[in-house]
Design a protein around this ligand. Structure first.
Ligand SMILES: Cc1ncc(COP(=O)(O)O)c(C=O)c1O
Length: 403
């Protein structure tokens, strides 16, 4: 508290006037953007008590920030995180993956089992960063019993898997997978970005960590980059501590945008799913389409499992399709002909988006690796937006007609 500020010099008032006002009995309905790197207290003893964990409060935004804390509480609630869990908001989905691996105890000599169906950059991260730490990585088929048997022989310390995979929308038998992981004392990290907690809540199934790219459905409007990591109580202290040490924290403005995005997530996501289901059905009967990948279709390899495990009437907002007889040239022509589906390297936005995995999300894999995973050169991925579905169908129809 600066006494008699009015008597101070102009440059002193320029720095201090108007600042650090105390709320006067009102509560802002929407959590403000606390764009402040530090928080001030009357007595040093208060900062000391907060730093010692003896009282709650905020001191430094790399450690905790009130806007981020509101977002973290909201995400923990939506993921039904048990008491004692911690949620931390991070600069991106990739930094949430980095932190999950660190907090899971991955170090020199650790063994990481990774689903072979992962976002291509996660695969690259494991091969180029985690491998450099001295961790051994094995890519596994978590969707078959034989693949899981093979994985357990490897005796992994940690397993990383997506609940709804990118781009083929596979769904693992989580009850079986988690039971086996528990028996083998393997720490499980689930990337829940595509499913969102509306369809799947990994902690309820026994996951140790849940990762989100908030850039996608949480934000929902294509205007932020962010990530959230939720860790079970056993890993809460390390997660919080490593988050402070690594420092890849989400800025308060992005935290505020994400918190705002969450408020309409159920409404947006219902429409994304409804549109994706309708587009999947439309494309399935189109003569120019060879195969559609969407778990809401009976033709999808995990349709029955998705029906049991995913909590919605539909199966997410993303679908992929192979264009009959198309090579790169035809795919480029198709994608360039689309008007409403924007060519964007993302998903989960209110706008419909189209992505060509071979040159974007899975660009870093060799053609052979892509072929083995079923990510062929005629595969495109669509993220259904919230536009009117008839307009989206018409857009696909006119672009397919150009082939
Ligand atoms: C499933 C999945 N996980 C993680 C990420 C990484 O998220 P970010 O781009 O926010 O780092 C992505 C990005 O596309 C993704 O699709």
């Amino acid at each position: 508290m600066i006494r008699n500020l009015a008597s101070k010099h102009f440059s002193t008032r320029a720095v201090h006037a108007g600042e650090r006002q105390r709320p006067d009995g009102f509560v802002p309905m929407s959590t403000p953007i606390y764009s402040s790197s530090t928080f001030i207290y009357d007595h040093l003893a208060e900062i000391d008590a907060i730093s010692a964990g003896e009282r709650t409060g905020f001191t430094y935004s790399r450690h905790a920030n009130p806007t981020n804390a509101a977002l973290e509480e909201a995400v923990a609630s939506l993921e039904s995180a048990p008491a004692g869990s911690v949620a931390v908001s991070l600069a991106s989905g990739m930094s949430a993956i980095l932190l999950a691996l660190l907090a899971a105890g991955v170090e020199h000599g650790s063994k990481i089992a990774a689903s072979q169906d992962l976002y291509g950059v996660t695969t690259k991260f494991l091969l180029e960063v985690a491998a450099r730490w001295g961790a051994e990585i094995q890519f596994v088929d978590v969707f078959s019993i034989a693949g899981r048997d093979e994985m357990w022989k490897f005796k992994p310390n940690a397993l990383i898997v997506e609940s709804l995979t990118n781009p083929l929308l596979r769904v693992a038998d989580f009850p079986a997978l988690m039971g086996e992981a528990r028996a083998h004392k393997t720490r499980v990290i689930v990337d829940n970005t595509f499913a969102t907690p509306l369809l799947f809540q990994p902690l309820k199934h026994g996951a140790d960590f849940v990762v989100h790219s908030a850039t996608k459905y949480f934000g929902g409007h294509g205007d932020l980059t962010g990530g959230v990591l939720i860790a079970r109580e056993e890993f809460a202290t390390e997660t919080r501590s490593f988050s402070r040490l690594v420092g890849a924290v989400l800025g308060p403005f992005e935290a505020w945008l994400t918190l705002r995005g969450l408020k309409t997530l159920p409404l947006r996501f219902a429409r994304h799913c409804e549109n994706a289901q309708a587009l999947a059905e439309f494309l399935s009967s189109h003569p120019r389409i060879e195969q559609v990948f969407y778990p809401g279709l009976p033709s999808h390899v995990d349709h029955v499992l998705a029906g049991k495990l995913l909590g919605g009437p539909n199966a997410g907002g993303v679908l992929s399709a192979k264009i009959r007889g198309a090579g790169r040239e035809e795919v480029f022509r198709f994608v360039d002909s689309l008007e409403l589906f924007l060519k964007a390297t993302s998903l989960g936005d209110v706008q419909s988006l189209v992505l060509y995995p071979a040159i974007s999300s899975h660009r870093d894999l060799s053609p052979k690796q892509r072929e083995r995973l079923g990510i062929t050169d005629n595969l495109v991925r669509l993220s259904a937006g919230i536009e009117h579905v008839d307009d989206l169908k018409a857009d696909l129809e006119q672009a397919l007609a150009k082939l």
